[in-house]
Design a protein around this ligand. Structure first.
Ligand SMILES: [Mg+2]
Length: 390
């Protein structure tokens, strides 16, 4: 079996409502659908997130063609090693990992389809058929946050997630209001997206410890592991490392520094499902949990990542997902059902999804018409800087 072609399609997927974070907002996500074709007529599906942007990632995917055409798609480790070494991506890991994360998923999808097995069997077998996901609570006035948090708990979500890192008093008030609303029926998890200096992070977290947060994600800038470890040692609330554990080697450094209680990662940060699984195993050896991170991908990438979550022991927490933020998707059957805060892993060969060609065309038309969504739009009330707040 040989790879005969690789096709890319840029897609725009709007959010139902704008998503505000500590440094700006997003109206939706641009994703690249990858189709890896073979001479035996089997096509594998993959997806790339578009960070830093769609133009760079599409160029990176197409530049990988010489390493793929004519190769047996089932030799996944060999192809990835060639991309890293001969393709030079080991020196440009973050972009390279995003690209490889998309292409490699398509190779796994081919392997699953030709072997007639869902990916979770190929990755070690199923530990959980129903994957818990968080409820992503957008930052609205407190009464609306409270209404939505209560509704999410009534629907069976066990974890409420929201962004902090803006106005500190507003953040504390939001945590207090949501805790009052959900009582002990749900975990509350917040993500500061590197907003704070270590001192501010410690001061903030100590003020909200009485509200029993599940964890605080990425409190300080990602390139200072000492700062993250210092925050972790200084508070009683668990600390999560998301963008600071972008690669397998980042994850190793975080684990060695005892800088996090949980890694929030995905196949794009890690450069493929196999590397994602290896990182989960590394974390397991340190007694650290893993949480699936989402960038707002379609159900192609979403379910691909969930096969790792289904087959690895230390995915112990409600995983990230944008399903509740979306109007529709590009797979047949549309958005999957979320029941009691969980999504069922597909039990059919490969990733277990088929494309809805009309929906793909609709999302591709949006991209052609509007151009890519910005990874982050600025906000006039926020400083344009990566320097954290005191
Ligand atoms: Mg995060």
């Amino acid at each position: 079996m040989k790879i005969s072609d690789i096709k890319t399609t840029c897609l725009n997927l709007p959010h139902r409502e704008p998503e505000f974070v500590s440094t700006g907002y997003r109206l939706g996500t641009t994703e690249i659908l990858i189709e890896v074709e073979t001479d035996e007529g089997v096509t594998g599906l993959g997806e790339c997130i578009c960070r830093p942007n769609a133009q760079v990632i599409e160029a990176a995917i197409l530049s990988a063609k010489p390493f793929l055409l004519g190769r047996d798609p089932r030799n996944i480790e060999r192809i990835l090693n060639d991309l890293r070494s001969l393709g030079n991506w080991s020196f440009f890991e973050r972009v390279g990992n995003v690209m490889m994360g998309g292409i490699e998923t398509a190779l796994w999808d081919i392997l699953g389809k030709v072997s007639g097995q869902p990916l979770y069997f190929l990755l070690g077998g199923c530990l959980r058929e129903r994957i818990p996901i968080f409820y992503y609570l957008l930052r609205f006035p407190l009464d609306e946050m409270v209404r939505r948090a209560r509704q999410a708990v009534a629907q069976g979500f066990q974890t409420i997630f929201f962004k902090v890192g803006g106005d500190m008093n507003g953040d504390i008030a939001a945590i207090e209001a949501v805790r009052d609303a959900v009582g002990t029926k749900a975990n509350i998890r917040v993500d500061a997206n590197e907003a704070w200096t270590p001192g501010t992070a410690i001061r903030f977290i100590k003020q909200v410890e009485k509200f029993d947060l599940e964890w605080v994600e990425e409190p300080v800038i990602i390139n200072d592991l000492n700062a993250l470890a210092h925050v972790r040692r200084s508070v009683n609330t668990p600390i999560a490392a998301n963008q600071s554990s972008w690669t397998l080697y980042d994850a190793k450094r975080i684990l060695q520094a005892n800088a996090a209680d949980v890694l929030v990662i995905d196949q794009w940060q890690m450069g493929g499902l196999l590397s994602y699984k290896k990182t989960a195993a590394l974390a397991e050896a340190y007694g650290v949990g893993v949480n699936h991170h989402s960038w707002g991908e379609t159900c192609v990438g979403h379910f691909a990542g969930f096969h790792v979550a289904a087959s690895s022991p230390n995915f112990l927490y409600a995983n990230q997902s944008y399903l509740t933020m979306r109007e529709d998707d590009i797979i047949q059957g549309g958005l999957p059902k979320v029941e009691q805060g969980c999504v069922e892993i597909p039990h059919v060969p490969g990733i277990g999804v088929e494309l809805d060609r009309e929906a793909v065309e609709k999302a591709a038309e949006r991209y052609r018409r509007d151009g890519p969504y910005a990874a982050r739009e600025g906000r006039e009330d926020l400083p344009v800087t990566l320097i954290p707040q005191m």
